[in-house]
Design a protein around this ligand. Structure first.
Ligand code: SF4
Length: 319
């Protein structure tokens, strides 16, 4: 049976208040995500924010949109574009960022001119849409918290993007709660070892660079070393990986265990990885088998690739 997770150990996730079910949208409705609020809430502590309400806009309110004017992005009412709310949203994002240094992720509402992540429409002064971009709150928050894993509620419907987001959240949470409070070269090296296989699946060039950085830190201070490490680490993890990369990581896992596994076990594991590559079984099938062998032989337990997030989240069931 699944053990309840102690609330204090759950990663903190910021969330657009309308996704959390608050009736704060321009038309006084919400966009509650059942998946976020019913399924995921057992694993995370949410902090909801509605930037538009926080800067004093009423509920209900006229719809607003991003208008590009003289190369500047403004946030104005669709039918009465006289007041620009962009400066207030940017100031509010700075305030939120200061209080969110302990957060491990943020889930935004898609298509909003304030909260959209790459999905907010930018209009020209003549009224036509120019392109899609980040909403202005997202844009400002990213400047203050560039390492924070972020996504949109809509992207969590895509199994691959969902797995990718939570893999980043849990790795960042480990960094924040286990590495930074007891920072030492030993801690950094252990963290690097734990994530080596994960990094290899995401970006082999960054893996090599990080290995060199830790081996020869050029007299930089420990804090600077940690900062440089985590910037590149999160950059590597921000790359979405596919079947080929997961299969590669699993092949390496088998390679790790080959001295303990019998020939039959190895062949069985290879066969499952091949079936996963062909698309006939999901990732969870070979991964469960590899975890069984890992437990059987009590080996390589410290590698994050074995269990990057709680299995009960079912993140490997559909990819
Ligand atoms: S999308 Fe953002 S600004 Fe708009 S209602 Fe939701 S939380 Fe508020």
């Amino acid at each position: 049976m699944q053990q309840p997770i102690d609330n204090a150990n759950k990663p903190i996730i910021g969330i657009s208040a309308c996704v959390a079910g608050q009736e704060v949208r321009y038309n006084a409705s919400h966009k509650r995500s059942k998946y976020c609020m019913d399924t995921l809430s057992a694993y995370f502590r949410y902090r909801p924010f509605c930037p538009e309400v926080a800067i004093g806009l009423p509920v209900p309110r006229p719809a607003i949109r991003i208008v590009e004017r003289d190369n500047q992005l403004t946030l104005v009412e669709t039918h009465e574009p006289k007041d620009d709310h962009a400066p207030a949203i940017e100031a509010y994002a700075a305030k939120v960022a200061a209080g969110m240094r302990d957060a491990s992720g943020f889930i935004f509402m898609q298509k909003s001119p304030t909260c959209g992540l790459g999905s907010a429409k930018v209009y020209g002064i003549k009224g036509g849409p120019l392109r899609s971009d980040d909403g202005l709150f997202v844009r400002a928050l990213r400047k203050h918290l560039p390492l924070l894993p972020i996504t949109e509620a809509g992207r969590l419907n895509d199994a691959k993007l969902r797995e990718h987001f939570f893999a980043q959240v849990y790795a960042y949470h480990e960094w924040q709660t286990e590495i930074m409070p007891n920072l030492s070269v030993r801690q950094l090296t252990d963290f690097h070892y734990r994530y080596k296989m994960t990094l290899r699946a995401h970006d082999q060039v960054i893996l090599r660079q990080l290995g060199k950085l830790l081996a020869d830190p050029h007299n930089v201070s420990l804090e600077e070393l940690a900062q440089r490490y985590i910037e590149d680490f999160m950059r590597a993890l921000s790359k979405v990986i596919g079947v080929k990369h997961h299969a590669y990581a699993m092949t390496r896992m088998v390679h790790y265990m080959k001295r303990w596994m019998t020939t039959d076990e190895r062949q069985y594991a290879d066969q499952l990885i091949e079936q996963y590559k062909q698309g006939s079984i999901p990732l969870v099938a070979p991964m469960s088998t590899l975890r069984f062998f890992m437990q059987k032989y009590q080996c390589a337990k410290r590698l994050a690739v074995w269990e990057p997030y709680p299995q009960e989240l079912g993140l490997q069931n559909a990819i």
